[in-house]
Design a protein around this ligand. Structure first.
Ligand code: FE
Ligand code: FE
Ligand code: FE
Length: 192
């Protein structure tokens, strides 16, 4: 019986040939993931102002505003990454972010205007968004390093740090003292 070439070896050869041209399967996946987060960040520049307007606590409004500004810079950073890869900056709908933004809208709709419970719900919605972004950028930074693209990894890491800081800031805002005030709110309503 004729011996066929090992498929594993063939695959390996195909991958390294692709990598040399910047066209490997992993690089294509990476490019798609960039389009996804590019779309997601743009969606957030529309969603964050609405969440800010719906919230009451000054500290929360300021945090959302600051992060909106950072989000705009993150979009510019992604455009820089596309450029470093010699690709056109292009978005592709991120189903997850669309869902998370919808959850944020529902959080507002299902809570009373001016209540601390609404602020709690907005913080939770924002933190879900930050966690999605942390997972995405964390993975992209590691992949860029694996593919030997330190410049891309560094640009994406700047954004990763901003997402992590935002998450921590939201936790501290919730703890001082929105969560506690929201808990008090419930008791007052029950007595009335
Ligand atoms: Fe972001
Ligand atoms: Fe996505
Ligand atoms: Fe973010």
């Amino acid at each position: 019986m004729a011996k066929t070439k090992s498929p594993a070896r063939n695959k390996k050869a195909a991958v390294s040939a692709g990598a040399a041209k910047g066209n490997s399967q992993l690089e294509k996946y990476f490019h798609d993931a960039l389009k996804d987060i590019y779309w997601a960040e743009k969606a957030l520049t529309k969603a964050l102002p609405k969440l800010k307007r719906a919230s009451t606590t000054d500290q929360l409004q300021t945090a959302i505003d600051t992060h909106l500004e950072q989000t705009r810079e993150q979009i510019t950073r992604l455009e820089e990454v596309f450029q470093l890869l010699g690709k056109k900056a292009q978005g592709k709908k991120c189903e997850a972010m669309e869902g998370l933004v919808k959850e944020g809208e529902e959080a507002v709709e299902s809570t009373e205007k001016g209540s601390m419970t609404r602020d709690v719900a907005i913080i939770v919605a924002c933190q879900k968004v930050e966690h999605y972004e942390i997972a995405t950028y964390g993975s992209l930074v590691q992949l860029a390093r694996t593919m030997g693209n330190a410049d891309v990894a560094n640009v994406l890491e700047t954004t990763l740090e901003e997402e992590k800081e935002t998450d921590l800031l939201l936790t501290s805002i919730a703890e001082n003292n929105i969560n506690w005030e929201a808990e008090q709110e419930e008791e007052v309503e029950e007595e009335a």
